[in-house]
Design a protein around this ligand. Structure first.
Ligand SMILES: [Fe+2]
Length: 383
């Protein structure tokens, strides 16, 4: 887990922190909004006031190995001693990958799990993660997700224990400008990660405690963060905290079938990761609960109790575990109706893609596996 600075204004100390590494700081950013808001100029000015030489790199959209290679190439001849990623999950992943590839030879694709043949050495330039959206939890994890979209597309990780950022700065002031659609999709990714790691077959008492803590903060705050609470630091802070914890719990307990489908789906069509997760989550929970009920073992009952506890966190007077589980599924579908989450069909999903995903999908650490038919149904559920 990285060192963490939390709270409104936490990013104010960035200059002093980056200066401690010396040399050049490579600032990796994403959308234009950070630039337009003047916040980027403020951060760069802060870094420079501490004598830090600043290089900048902009990553548009989800990062590919080619984007990372190009960014590394542009840094040649500069003594980059720290990478500062300021942006959404894609920017943080790009920053982590660039920080690693500054110390490796060849292409980032050579080191990607399931794509390349080389193992990362673990050498990396230190990275400071400053999320401006709350979703992937990348600020807490040891992997950088890179993708290439198309027929031979993929969405894979560059992973090493040493890639955990040195410092994560969770400053809700930086999150207030995220628009409702981005806030909703990213927040649903975090919600999915908390749920999947909580019910994972690899969960532990430690990850359970952190996942419940994350859910306790995220669930009441996320709908508000997409609406009237968008400018409220407490509301944004609760979502950011939940997202950060989702990164910690997924790193230790793994994920489930939603991520097992959303990963390959992101290699086939250009659907934002959070949108994919949001659309798949309700059906995945429902189908998993069906399979757990059919299994009727001590382990399946324990998993049902965990889903029931999540249902309780959505607010209900039900006490029977099965009622709480039904409430959870209802709430997840209701959230999809209320939040600005587009359906999957709008991203060019075809019947051929569904067939492909039936084969390519994985159940990861889902409490019980879903069948290929259930997986296909899950994708069609929100076409
Ligand atoms: Fe995710």
């Amino acid at each position: 887990m990285p060192r963490v600075n939390v709270g409104p204004g936490a990013a104010d100390g960035l200059g002093a922190m980056a200066a401690s590494f010396g040399g050049t700081a490579l600032v990796v950013t994403g959308s234009e909004s950070l630039r337009r808001s003047g916040r980027l100029a403020g951060m760069v000015g802060d870094l420079q006031s501490f004598g830090v030489d600043v290089a900048e790199c902009r990553i548009a959209g989800e990062p590919s190995p080619a984007m990372v290679d190009e960014a590394v190439h542009r840094c040649e001849g500069r003594s980059v001693r720290v990478v500062v990623g300021v942006g959404g999950g894609s920017v943080l992943d790009a920053g982590k990958a660039i920080a690693a590839m500054l110390k490796e030879s060849g292409s980032a694709a050579d080191y990607l799990e399931g794509v390349g043949t080389r193992k990362p050495s673990g050498r990396s330039v230190p990275m400071i993660a400053v999320p401006t959206t709350s979703g992937t939890g990348s600020e807490a994890t040891k992997n950088a997700v890179l993708s290439r979209v198309g027929v031979d597309g993929f969405k894979k990780s560059l992973r090493h224990d040493n890639y955990v950022p040195r410092l994560a700065i969770l400053d809700p002031i930086l999150c207030v400008s995220a628009p409702p659609a981005v806030t909703a999709a990213c927040g649903m990714d975090a919600l999915t990660q908390l749920i999947e790691s909580y019910v994972s077959t690899q969960a532990s008492p430690l990850t359970d405690a952190l996942a419940v803590e994350g859910l306790r903060h995220l669930i009441p705050a996320l709908p508000d963060a997409c609406g009237r609470g968008a400018a409220d630091f407490d509301c944004r802070g609760a979502v950011a905290y939940g997202a950060f914890l989702s990164g910690v719990t997924l790193a230790h307990a793994g994920l489930g079938v939603v991520h097992g489908v959303a990963g390959p789906m992101g290699g086939l069509i250009a659907v934002p990761h959070g949108v994919a997760c949001a659309n798949l989550l309700p059906f995945a929970v429902k189908a998993t609960l069906d399979n757990l009920a059919a299994a009727d073992t001590p382990a399946s009952k324990a998993a049902v109790d965990k889903f029931a506890r999540i249902g309780k966190l959505f607010g209900t007077s039900y006490t029977d575990p099965l009622d709480c589980c039904r409430h959870l599924v209802d709430c997840l579908y209701r959230w999809l109706d209320r939040l600005p989450i587009p359906r999957l069909g709008g991203y060019g999903l075809t019947a051929a893609h569904v067939d492909r995903l039936r084969q390519a999908a994985s159940n990861k650490n889902n409490p019980l596996p879903l069948s290929a038919d259930q997986i296909a149904q899950m994708i069609r559920d929100r076409w």
